[in-house]
Design a protein around this ligand. Structure first.
Ligand SMILES: Nc1ncnc2c1ncn2[C@@H]1O[C@H](COP(=O)(O)OP(=O)(O)OP(=O)(O)O)[C@@H](O)[C@H]1O
Ligand SMILES: [Mg+2]
Length: 357
């Protein structure tokens, strides 16, 4: 099979060849030039490594807004342009695994075994065909039961964080991923809570549609609760506008509203509604490998470039203070999850990635 990176570069070369000498005064010519420029620039300059390992949680409890599509395509874009990336599928639907061509049938070592069982993340990490830089922890349908099975597990909200910390610690520095992307299910349950406790940054995809902002307040207040009680390092660092349809006024209105509310957190790159994006998973591929010259592909490359350049400016992680002792405290996770109060629960509180307990 042709190397996807090579395919992307040859698509770029083909774009340039076919657009040479064209007048840039038509929308199609502009599009061609834009695609060519994006792909060419990325080809010339590999994406910069982040100042520290970025663990990004891709969350929005609204369904079908592009969480999985964005996780997959940003992951592939980062990897193809030189950055080691680990994608963790935390959705029992297993769509991320499908799109990356990773087996997720029952019995496949998966994130369930690391969260509920005793497996390490290394034992459930699989290679992908998209890029040697891209690995994936798949989700099998077993994960559907994890929300319930985890309820009685000690420090249940820290399971993913600890698995990631151990994984990073055990890898030699030159093999550690630059990016860890966690695709969440469309709910605010224990799986998403684990992802919010594990991440340093939240990336929220917002669909440019009428009800796009509905429910966002609940996600943001949950993130605040997690920040206050479970993971002081978490913040919403990135918002990505998805499924933008330039033919509608509505898409512009939603985009304007999101930008005026969230400011510079919103990436300049916008992902258009593009049929190639929705076709790609059917072939077990990202849109970058399925149709590298499509608007969907070039937009995700643009978004990944922006993400990478923002990440390059991050300061290296400072050594975290030693963890606070595990004390009996308020049942924070239960509060966030809206569970009835439990008799007595211990809640661990840790401040940093470096010092797992
Ligand atoms: N830019 C796009 N253009 C066209 N279709 C898209 C685009 N982005 C996503 N889709 C399609 O929209 C549907 C929902 O996308 P996706 O699965 O990424 O959303 P999600 O937020 O992960 O959904 P869920 O909440 O169910 O996990 C999929 O069929 C996907 O192929
Ligand atoms: Mg999804």
């Amino acid at each position: 099979m042709t190397d996807p990176g090579e395919r992307l570069r040859s698509s770029l070369a083909a774009d340039q060849a076919t657009t040479a000498g064209v007048e840039w005064d038509t929308p199609i010519a502009m599009e061609a030039m834009r695609a060519s420029r994006v792909l060419h620039a990325a080809d010339q300059e590999p994406l910069p490594a982040p100042g520290r390992i970025r663990v990004m949680t891709i969350a929005n409890q609204k369904g079908g807004v592009g969480k999985t599509t964005s996780t997959v395509n940003l992951g592939v874009a980062l990897a193809i342009f030189g950055l080691r990336t680990l994608v963790i599928d935390l959705d029992p639907q297993g769509n991320t695994s499908t799109a990356l061509g990773v087996d997720h049938s029952v019995g496949t070592p998966s994130i369930y075994d690391a969260l509920v069982g005793d497996s390490t993340l290394a034992e459930v990490t699989h290679p992908t065909t998209a890029s040697p830089n891209l690995t994936c922890v798949p989700a099998t349908i077993d994960l559907a039961g994890a929300e319930i099975e985890l309820v009685s597990v000690v420090a249940r909200e820290y399971r993913l964080r600890r698995a990631i910390e151990l994984y990073l610690q055990e890898l030699p520095a030159d093999q550690r991923p630059h990016y860890v992307l966690i695709d969440c299910p469309p709910s605010l349950g224990l799986l998403t809570l684990n992802a919010l406790v594990a991440g340093d940054e939240v990336l929220i995809p917002i669909q440019c549609e009428y009800y796009a902002l509905e429910g966002l307040g609940q996600l943001l207040s949950n993130i605040d609760l997690v920040k206050a009680h479970l993971n002081p390092g978490i913040s919403v660092s990135t918002i990505l506008l998805t499924m933008y349809d330039g033919r509608t006024k509505l898409a512009d209105q939603v985009a304007d509203e999101v930008r005026s509310h969230f400011g510079s957190v919103v990436l300049t790159a916008v992902i258009p509604r593009n049929v190639r994006v929705s076709e790609a998973p059917g072939y077990g591929q990202s849109v970058l490998t399925y149709d590298p010259g499509s608007r969907g592909a070039t937009s995700y490359v643009e978004a990944a470039r922006e993400l990478a350049f923002r990440g390059a400016g991050l300061k290296p992680q400072v050594a975290a203070p030693p963890p606070a002792p595990v004390v009996a405290g308020p049942p924070v996770a239960a509060l966030i999850l809206g569970e009835p109060p439990m008799a007595s629960r211990s809640v661990g509180h840790r401040a940093g990635r470096e010092d797992p307990t």
